[in-house]
Design a protein around this ligand. Structure first.
Ligand code: ZN
Length: 183
């Protein structure tokens, strides 16, 4: 089955939030199992290799996702959510790249691999959410009537309404067109 990922949130933290689809109708889980989270982390470009995901990491990813959503879409986020974001962001093992100089003078870059790649990837998502939550950028919710995907609007006129034209924009346009012609 082709995964129904959406990477149109404009931020990694919103792309994670959007892995719970149909939020207006109780939610449809796309991170259905550890394999789905492994696929998502790879497709999101957060890891270069498909990781082996533990069950606890899947639960952590879902908890992080909902904390991020509350943090970004409710006026007064809870202490528990801010703590969860901070703790997750602190889990990074990301080390700076190292330069190696070969005897012939050419250079090679070595990027240390984290021993806990999933934890490190989730830390990057949490850090992204912290940055977004404290920025001037507002998170918007798709105007598609049954959609509710989250995104940041970086269009030149700041008038983006849809998560994507393909998913919701064209449908809304078709509906408006139909209604105009029925009258
Ligand atoms: Zn939408």
């Amino acid at each position: 089955m082709e995964a129904d990922w959406s990477f149109e949130g404009g931020r990694p933290c919103l792309d994670l939030v959007n892995t719970l689809r149909d939020r207006l109708f109780g939610g449809r889980e796309l991170l259905t199992d550890t394999g789905a989270l492994a696929d998502w982390l790879l497709a999101a470009g957060l890891l270069g290799n498909r990781p082996r995901v533990r069950a606890a990491e899947l639960l952590a990813a879902r908890e992080l996702r909902e904390a991020i959503d509350r943090l970004l879409t409710t006026p007064r986020p809870s202490n528990a959510d801010t703590r969860l974001l901070n703790d997750t962001a602190a889990g990074t093992e990301l080390l700076p790249p190292r330069l190696h100089r070969r005897p012939d003078g050419t250079l090679r870059r070595e990027t240390p691999r984290p021993r806990e790649p999933v934890r490190t990837a989730l830390a990057a998502v949490a850090a992204d959410a912290i940055e977004l939550a404290t920025s001037e950028i507002r998170v918007r919710i798709c105007a598609g009537e049954d959609c509710a995907l989250r995104f940041v609007d970086s269009s030149p006129k700041r008038n983006r309404q849809w998560c994507s034209m393909a998913r919701c924009g064209n449908r809304a346009k078709a509906r408006a067109h139909y209604q105009r012609h029925r009258q």
